[in-house]
Write a protein that binds this ligand. Sequence first.
Ligand SMILES: NC(=O)c1ccc[n+]([C@@H]2O[C@H](COP(=O)([O-])OP(=O)(O)OC[C@H]3O[C@@H](n4cnc5c(N)ncnc54)[C@H](OP(=O)(O)O)[C@@H]3O)[C@@H](O)[C@H]2O)c1
Length: 316
Amino acid sequence: MTAPEINRDTFKLNSGFLIPAVALGTWKSSPEDCYNAVKHALNVGYRHIDTARIYLNEASVGKAINDFLKESDDVKREDIFVTTKLCPCDYHDPETAILGSLERLQLDYVDLYLMHHSLAEVSGEGLKPVDEDGFRKHIPFEKLSYVDAYKVVQTFVNKGYTRSVGVCNFNVPKVQRLLEVSEIPPAVVQCEIHPYLPQQDLVDFCKEHGIVVEAFSPLGSTGAPLLNEPILVSVAEKYQVSPACIAISWAIARGTVPLPKSTNDSRIEANLKTIKLSDQDVELINNISKTTTKRYLNSKWRIDVYYSDAEFNPVK
Ligand SMILES: NC(=O)c1ccc[n+]([C@@H]2O[C@H](COP(=O)([O-])OP(=O)(O)OC[C@H]3O[C@@H](n4cnc5c(N)ncnc54)[C@H](OP(=O)(O)O)[C@@H]3O)[C@@H](O)[C@H]2O)c1
């Protein structure tokens, strides 16, 4: 049995740039934990970091990257792939938003700028507007659709703010719509993807159109509940690795980019070490969703927004 090895695979984006096959996720990493996690990740070989305006840790990510680069003799800025995202509350002014992100990150450019959701939120109410009952507010901008926001976001490539652009939480019809109207097609679609939610239709569609798919919550999100899944556990026993290693290796075997989040040094290290699964084991894991499907990020607004085919936000 071969031991897991540091993964140095890359996939080629339709923008011509390479994207490392595993990223460190940073959602719910506090600013201090995030700094330590990103610094440690870079030290042990990660070259891909995923953050977002709404995670409130861009400054920590940027400081960790810049400190790491100062201390490193051989790694340069262009060796590290940095992603951040346009918060839905900023869809009315994406340019101010990306410039703010670059300032917090202390970077001249990001490698990937993603629209975080397909529908805009109320502007001017802070990062997480909520209604009187504490639910996230998604009220339509009468003249702003995800198409309008994307048309602004794609201009950031030629302005040098980002090397590639893409979207998160977009279903197939919405990605199709972007392909019809955009001048620069999305290079990446980032969605919740794991053995209980393989999203084969989205993965197939994106592959057909040269778009790389990133898998968020590859371990089942907070607390990694997916790792108790019996088939994952049995495959892990067979290869003498952890179920996390199997979940991450399976994502890569499908040609998707997993973004496991951790603020724990040893788990950060472990999550970059992957194995090559046999075709039969990939198939065994593919079949898990035939009997059980589960979406871990299942709040009502997220599902409403994801499945809505509306171009303007219908969700009240
Ligand atoms: N675009 C979007 O809307 C969106 C939504 C969700 C997530 N994301 C991105 O995707 C990333 C990953 O998703 P996620 O944070 O939801 O969840 P995840 O990566 O599936 O799981 C994170 C959880 O797993 C634990 N964990 C990590 N490695 C482990 C291991 N080897 N063994 C056991 N437990 C382990 C972490 O705890 P410790 O930290 O204590 O290790 C944490 O509780 C996010 O951080 C973010 O960058 C994007």
